[in-house]
Ligand binder design. Structure first.
Ligand code: PLP
Length: 440
């Protein structure tokens, strides 16, 4: 996103199974699949799991890491805060570097830009307390449509609690009539037109429904030129596309860790605050003791005044849920080892291949579906959103019966996400064959 990316050479693709096998044999990341628990069908065969955009699969290492914490708790009780094999008091610190690497943030020198904490919607609220500061005519929030329900609820909450009117002060930038995704030029134009009344631009990195990836650097620059603060919901972007939040000058961002990050249902989310804001300890915020300067944190009733840490960790509230954080160790270790550039390169090839198979098959089949996710490099991640014109529910049910795990969004969109850590080109081949009914 936001950089010139090599596009995949699709002219060499072929539709036969042998070719899919060959792509897998040449895949430098293929060994990662064995590090995951792959759900099975009743007949014992692996399901075709294309739902990593909703809930990532379990890294096998996660179980041992959770058991380690249960053991430490059993054996050490409260002493585990300081004597556990990974002491709980500083547990969140082990995610600093890997978390920063994942989203292109800074780490070290007492000025962290990423912390893993809470869940996504909670973090959106915390960020808006600090970064939605309407004043005078500048009081609107601008976001993209379609918008995830939890995000709309959160945005409206902050308008209503500041006495503003969501009907007037919540601006949606929508696809044009008859189109499915937002044109980047329309977004620029909306920011230029509305910018002076916008206090906060809060956009998706990758849209949950359409799979469209936005150019975050371009949006950030356009927003800053208008005097807006710019934050992103990276639920569908973290672990999916390459991010350079610090260099792009993004003000803040939040994400969850159970989709592309494979850290388990309801996993602890992540939060980025640019160091220039992190340093500003006078920013209004909802304060809690874990965001307080560690020097005075335990002086309790002796220090009733909150003294924020001078970085993103100053937004932490509570001592973190260790059992919920443990799987994140397994997850981020894998992302560090594989590296986002390599994952993104495989992802581009995998998604281009799936698109090719679907389009190739449909040449003869005739227009009963269309892929609404943009084709351009940089404008999509793993996910392809397939809009089905003819019997969408029936088609989805047939996929389920054939052992495909993907999802259906009312009224007619099937979302499929081949993820580079554990999906194979053969998965894409099997899925395309089933969807296009060649095997029925
Ligand atoms: C998945 C997702 C959420 C979920 O929020 P939680 O607080 O983690 O339950 C919110 N917004 C978007 C855009 C999402 O994709």
């Amino acid at each position: 996103m936001g950089r010139v990316e090599a596009s995949v050479d699709t002219t060499s693709f072929r539709p036969d199974e042998e070719f899919a096998r060959r792509l897998d044999a040449d895949d430098p990341l293929r060994a990662f699949r064995d590090e995951f628990e792959i759900p099975r069908r009743p007949d014992g065969e692996d399901v075709i799991y294309l739902c990593g955009n909703s809930l990532g699969l379990q890294p096998k290492a996660a179980r041992r890491l959770v058991e380690q914490e249960l053991d430490d708790w059993a054996r050490r009780g409260v002493e585990g805060h300081f004597t556990a094999s990974t002491p709980w008091y500083s547990y969140h610190e082990q995610f600093r570097e890997a978390g920063a690497r994942l989203v292109g943030a800074r780490s070290g020198g007492g000025a962290e830009e990423v912390v893993m904490m809470n869940s996504l919607t909670v973090n959106l609220h915390l960020m808006m307390v600090s970064f939605f500061r309407p004043s005078g005519e500048r009081r609107a929030i601008l976001t993209d449509w379609p918008t995830f329900p939890s995000d709309i609820y959160a945005l409206k909450t902050h308008l209503v609690t500041r006495g503003l009117d969501p009907g007037a002060d919540l601006i949606f930038v929508r696809p044009r009539d008859g189109e499915h995704v937002v044109r980047p030029d329309d977004l620029d134009e909306a920011i230029a037109r509305e910018g002076k009344r916008v206090a906060l631009i809060l956009m998706n990195g990758v849209n949950f429904l359409t799979g469209q990836a936005f150019d975050l650097r371009r949006i950030t620059r356009a927003g800053h030129e208008q005097g807006c603060l710019v934050g992103f919901d990276l639920a569908h972007a973290a672990g999916n596309v390459e991010l350079h939040l610090h260099d792009w000058d993004v003000d803040f961002a939040c994400w969850c860790s159970y989709k592309y990050l494979n850290a388990g249902p309801g996993a602890v989310g992540g939060c980025f605050v640019h160091e220039r804001h992190g340093r500003d300890t006078s920013l209004p915020r909802y304060a809690g003791w874990w965001g307080n300067d560690p020097e005075t944190r335990f002086r309790m009733q002796l220090e009733p005044d909150f003294v924020a840490r001078g970085d993103v960790e100053g937004w932490q509230l509570s001592n973190p849920p260790i059992l919920a954080l443990a799987p994140l160790r397994a997850s981020l270790e894998q992302f560090s080892r594989a590296g986002m550039p390599a994952l993104a390169a495989k992802s581009r090839a995998l998604t281009a291949y799936l698109r090719y198979l679907l389009e190739h098959a449909d040449e003869s089949g005739g227009g009963w579906f269309e892929i609404i996710t943009p084709r351009e490099p940089g404008a999509h991640g793993c996910q392809l959103s397939v809009l089905v014109h003819d019997d969408p529910r029936g088609r989805y049910r047939a996929l389920e019966e054939a052992g495909v795990v993907c999802d259906f969004r009312e009224p007619n969109i099937i979302r499929v996400a081949p993820v580079p850590l554990y999906n194979t080109f053969h998965d894409a081949w099997r899925f395309a064959r089933i969807l296009t009914r060649q095997s029925r």
